[in-house]
Design a protein around this ligand. Sequence first.
Ligand SMILES: Cc1cc2nc3c(=O)[nH]c(=O)nc-3n(C[C@H](O)[C@H](O)[C@H](O)COP(=O)(O)OP(=O)(O)OC[C@H]3O[C@@H](n4cnc5c(N)ncnc54)[C@H](O)[C@@H]3O)c2cc1C
Length: 341
Amino acid sequence: MTPATLRPTATRQRSRHASSARVPLIARRTAMSAEAVLRGELRRNVSMARHVSWRAGGVVDCAYTPADLADLKTFVRILPAGEPVHFVGLGSNLLVRDGGLRGTVVFTHRALTHVGLGAGGDDWCEVIADAGVAAPKLARYAAMHDLVGAEFFAGIPGTVGGALAMNAGCYGGETWHAVVNVSTLDRSGAVHARSPSEYEIGYRSVVARHAAPEEWFIGATFRFTRGDGAASRKLMKEFLQRRIASQPLGQPNAGSVFRNPPGAHAARLIEACGLKGARVGGAAISEKHANFIINAGNATAADIERLIALARDTVQARFGIALETEVRIIGDAAPGEDETT
Ligand SMILES: Cc1cc2nc3c(=O)[nH]c(=O)nc-3n(C[C@H](O)[C@H](O)[C@H](O)COP(=O)(O)OP(=O)(O)OC[C@H]3O[C@@H](n4cnc5c(N)ncnc54)[C@H](O)[C@@H]3O)c2cc1C
């Protein structure tokens, strides 16, 4: 990314949007004063359907792809205080409503991509990964260095940042089980080292215990055990085969829509309600896995959200169990639409 990358974009924005009441302050301010400083790419009115695995949903006011961490620090520092900021990895657990998202999305997956070895002992070693590193890359990197315990990341189609935010996991593995510490960035551009004890970690849930107002993950140090990399690769293959057999990987989806309620399986409850194959508009409950909703063609975010509501309400009525969404739904409903989840 060169300094010139931002300039033409910013110039275009100035001429196209200068009179628009919806131009957020950041775009005008960035265009006017920061173009010489920032090295990343700033875009306006970006369709988030292109950046989420559901391939549906609305437009975000601004999207910034930083050049690197130093550039990202500068960017967050110059943001106006009230500008909403949303860090996004690979959008594999995210839906933006059709009315769009106010504020700025920061994409991590092109900039924060370094992974390397950290401290080690006789039977363990640390792996340090930036937030934009793809989870499967972390799994492969660990196996390449004969470290075991990261195999479960192989089939999670998101970033390290997304896995930290969600406490992603599967097949007995969970992101935060392996975390030694995380690095976070605040709005002033300062970086913090934080330990797992500063977070309330639960099943697909991570809540900061520290009092700092707003921070995003920029990386983490994981600890894995020394072992047999070839055995790890074999295990990853098995995990991937299990996914291919049980999940609709060929159609746009966002993984499990609902968390499993205590002692039960969301997929089994939805299937028992006879909802496999149920449709709303272009969205359908997968025939292969009832906790997956697929975009069967031109689904809107509202179609997906209505189908989520249908599954949740039907399970509640039939079993008295309240399903909670695992997927994150953000943004505004389109005019005339209600937010249904
Ligand atoms: C086919 C398929 C299979 C899946 N299987 C699994 C599975 O087995 N287990 C599982 O847990 N999940 C699974 N998922 C869901 C998803 O892949 C995970 O939740 C993943 O961790 C999300 O990562 P992401 O980078 O795509 O996050 P995004 O979808 O981009 O973001 C998810 C949330 O994390 C926040 N976030 C992202 N990056 C950061 C950051 N750097 N700092 C702070 N917040 C951030 C976002 O704001 C958003 O709220 C699956 C999804 C698909 C499509």
